[in-house]
Design a protein around this ligand. Structure first.
Ligand code: ADP
Ligand code: ZN
Ligand code: ZN
Length: 700
């Protein structure tokens, strides 16, 4: 064999978690490849798909040449993943503390792994044609929309579009795409949404504007074949617009020129397993990398983005753009607070709200009731002995679902028939405490049974939540009923508050939003405010009805500043007061956080690993003058149980790391990684099931 024809490649492959942080596997290669090519390589007994990361003419240092195995082959016909894509993956792996191979491979469509070059060639022949973009003209822009687009041409960004619900943000995205396509016939745009199933309307609007051919979707609800097809079209540059959820941030788009992150505040942009990346934050990074414009948009921006878009003179890095008015003569709904202290004790719905609902339905208008808890009641209770419907496996109560008379744990899934009598004392009189959407729907039905629609037919109440939408297509058909006016009152969880362009709803009510005011999670008020503003945004979207539209809030704390700000639709005031509190308490976005988590059969074992890691790390860092400063810059807190302490018989513990310096925190996390690898093999930590790091966690 002519050895001079060989060279060596470093390949990113998916290996078990934590085993290869930053690492790549080396192979000998006898065929021609470039960085970014997909290759098949042997690992143990298996053959895996990997991404060529680097090429060199010499064997890897410290490794006998014979020990290096041969790469099996390259996936032919597929252009290499470009350097921007590889850099994005590399950065994500490093920043979120996962292996390069894991991030790279999970960013590719799963079907690619099992495809031979011949099969791939067949797929490509289907679709290897330029796709035409037909741009339909959009409506004439409002002054605010024009101003925003003008600013986008005169500054590099990133931009934060702070625009009211119904101010025409989507139209701005569409026209920004149109301009981009005019300026550069090859250009590609990425439109990201938090949950694609909730926004079929956006898909329709984008396709109607640019033609179905030019648009591909990317989200987890697609079949593997659909995902592969869309991915290939984007990779080849044929798909001009990719519409997707957070995973789409890793789409290979060689001509990417514009990234839009719609509802950028939405927590769904943060991945909650594997590499726990924030697609919103990566959008900003990727924009810089590929010289693409980045537009984050929301009516209630995340405090992070709001803070980043403060004036440049104060250190702001994003440019804030404003669209305060609704399109046309549309007004935002009037916010009414109902003081529940003055209502009948235990009343679920206040008398004035019931009257208002009746009046609206009789006029032929729609109403929406928001209650962020599904099921019939969150807990069953025995008044005699104090028994409650706890889950045996989790630190949570099992929820009573009346429809099939079950007690269900929403965390581990454990489901049982409702007992006939108290399992502890035999008392037959066990009762639900609190209420969920199922009970609210039932209760409304009783209260408003006599109410008729304008045509004399009886009132129709419907419910949309995770329980009613389990089956494929259920959500779509239920939404269609709301849109067509078949439903008079819609009851639901936060699912119904997001994004929908309901044209007939004139009244929205939040039934019991108070719990979030006193949560231990410092982000709870931010989430609540966003949810209520979003919910309010569902009312009066038809300008003709907007003047009489209302957002009701039933609360025991009507003078709470959060509700005061809501009443004025004053997000900036709310954000200012929240940011002042965060600043005082040194919380994000002023500081940066990371969580180290450990799972075990007991809290002691889980916390044991975390506390040992902290002590070892602090000793290690202090001992070396080069790292001693890090100990001062990063606070490591003692291990504590997670707020949801036990799930499916697994005890969960966490340790918080906090620092005003992002880089210092990153460095500490890297050291921590090494420490954990050492500790993990010690006998006293054998009981740890897993550990993981969550950088910029969304809930602590
Ligand atoms: P947002 O995304 O801010 O909630 P949309 O872009 O969905 O707002 O706009 C709200 C409604 O106004 C939509 O029905 C949209 O078609 C319409 N609209 C948006 N911009 C214009 C415009 N310039 N002229 C007329 N109608 C518009
Ligand atoms: Zn459980
Ligand atoms: Zn009992």
């Amino acid at each position: 064999m002519d050895v001079s024809k060989h060279y060596w490649i470093d390949v990113a492959v998916q290996t078990p978690a934590h085993s290869q942080i930053g690492g790549l596997l080396s192979y000998r290669c006898a065929f021609e490849v470039q960085p970014g090519h997909l290759v098949r390589v042997p690992l143990g007994q298996r053959e895996l798909l990997g991404v060529v990361w680097a090429i060199s003419d010499s064997a890897p240092a410290g490794m006998p040449e014979k020990a290096v195995r041969d790469a099996a082959g390259v996936l032919e016909g597929l252009a290499p993943l470009d350097s921007a894509w590889r850099q994005l993956v590399q950065f994500s792996a490093q920043y979120y503390q996962r292996s390069l191979g894991e991030v790279a491979l999970s960013a590719l469509p799963p079907q690619l792994r099992d495809l031979s070059s011949e099969q791939l060639a067949r797929r490509l022949k289907k679709q290897n044609t330029e796709r035409t973009v037909h741009t339909q003209t959009g409506p004439a822009l409002s002054e605010e929309q024009q101003a925003v687009l003008a600013q986008m041409t005169s500054a590099p960004g990133p931009f934060l579009l702070f625009g009211s619900t119904g101010s025409g943000k989507t139209e701005v995205y569409l026209q920004a795409v149109e301009r981009m396509l005019q300026a550069d016939p090859q250009a590609q745009a990425l439109l990201m949404v938090p949950e694609i199933n909730l926004t079929p309307q956006l898909e329709e609007r984008v396709q109607a504007r640019f033609g179905a051919e030019a648009v591909v979707s990317m989200h987890s609800g697609m079949t593997p074949a659909q995902r592969l097809k869309g991915w290939l079209a984007a990779h080849a540059g044929h798909a001009r617009i990719v519409l997707g959820t957070r995973m789409a941030i890793f789409a290979s788009m060689p001509h990417l020129k514009l990234i839009v992150v719609d509802e950028e505040h939405d927590p769904s942009y943060k991945q909650q397993e594997g590499a726990r990346y924030s697609a919103r934050d990566l959008a900003v990074y990727r924009g810089k990398l590929q010289n693409a414009q980045v537009l984050l948009a929301s009516a209630t921006p995340s405090l992070e983005s709001w803070h980043h878009s403060r004036p440049a003179a104060e250190g702001g890095r994003y440019l804030r753009l404003h669209m305060p008015s609704r399109i046309g003569t549309g007004l935002l709904p009037k916010v009414r607070r109902v003081d529940m202290n003055h209502q009948a004790k235990k009343a679920v719905l206040s008398a004035p709200l019931v009257a208002a609902l009746q009046e609206r339905v009789e006029r032929g208008e729609q109403c929406m009731l928001l209650l962020n808890r599904r099921g019939y009641a969150p807990v069953l209770h025995c008044a005699d002995c104090g028994w409650k419907s706890e889950c045996k496996h989790c630190s949570a109560f099992r929820v009573f679902h009346k429809i099939d008379r079950t007690l269900r744990c929403h965390h581990c899934g454990m489901t049982e028939r409702v007992p006939r009598a108290c399992p502890a004392c035999g008392n037959a009189d066990i009762a639900p405490i609190g209420r969920g959407t199922e009970q609210l729907e039932e209760h409304l039905g009783e209260l408003l049974a006599h109410v008729k629609r304008p045509d004399g037919t009886p009132i129709r109440i419907a419910r949309i939540d995770a329980d009613t939408t389990r089956l494929k297509g259920a959500l779509e058909s239920q939404l269609a009923q709301v849109h067509s006016g078949e439903v008079d009152i819609l009851v639901g969880t936060q699912m119904i508050a997001k994004g929908h362009d309901f044209r007939r709803i004139t009244l929205v009510a939040a039934i019991n939003p108070d719990t979030a005011l006193f949560s231990s999670d410092f982000r709870a008020p931010e989430r609540l405010f966003a949810l209520l503003m979003q919910a309010a945004g569902r009312a009066g979207r038809d300008a003709r009805q907007s003047a009489s539209s209302e957002m009701w809030v039933q609360t025991f704390h009507p003078t709470h500043p959060l509700f005061e700000a809501l009443k004025k639709h004053d997000y900036p005031a709310f954000a200012a007061s929240e940011l002042a509190e965060r600043t005082a308490a040194d919380l994000p976005p002023i500081s940066h956080q990371a969580l180290l988590r450990a799972d075990a059969r007991s809290q002691d074992v889980a916390q044991g690993l975390l506390n040992a890691a902290r002590e070892t790390l602090e000793a290690q860092l202090s001992a070396d003058p080069a790292t001693a400063e890090l100990v001062m810059q990063v606070s490591l807190y003692p291990a504590v149980p997670m707020s949801m302490q036990r799930v499916a018989d697994v005890e969960r513990a966490q340790m918080l790391l906090e620092s005003p310096h992002r880089m210092a925190l990153q460095k500490v996390l890297w050291h921590l990684h090494g420490v954990l690898h050492q500790l993990r093999s010690a006998p006293e930590h054998k009981g740890v099931i897993r550990w993981l790091v969550d950088v910029d966690p969304q809930a602590i």
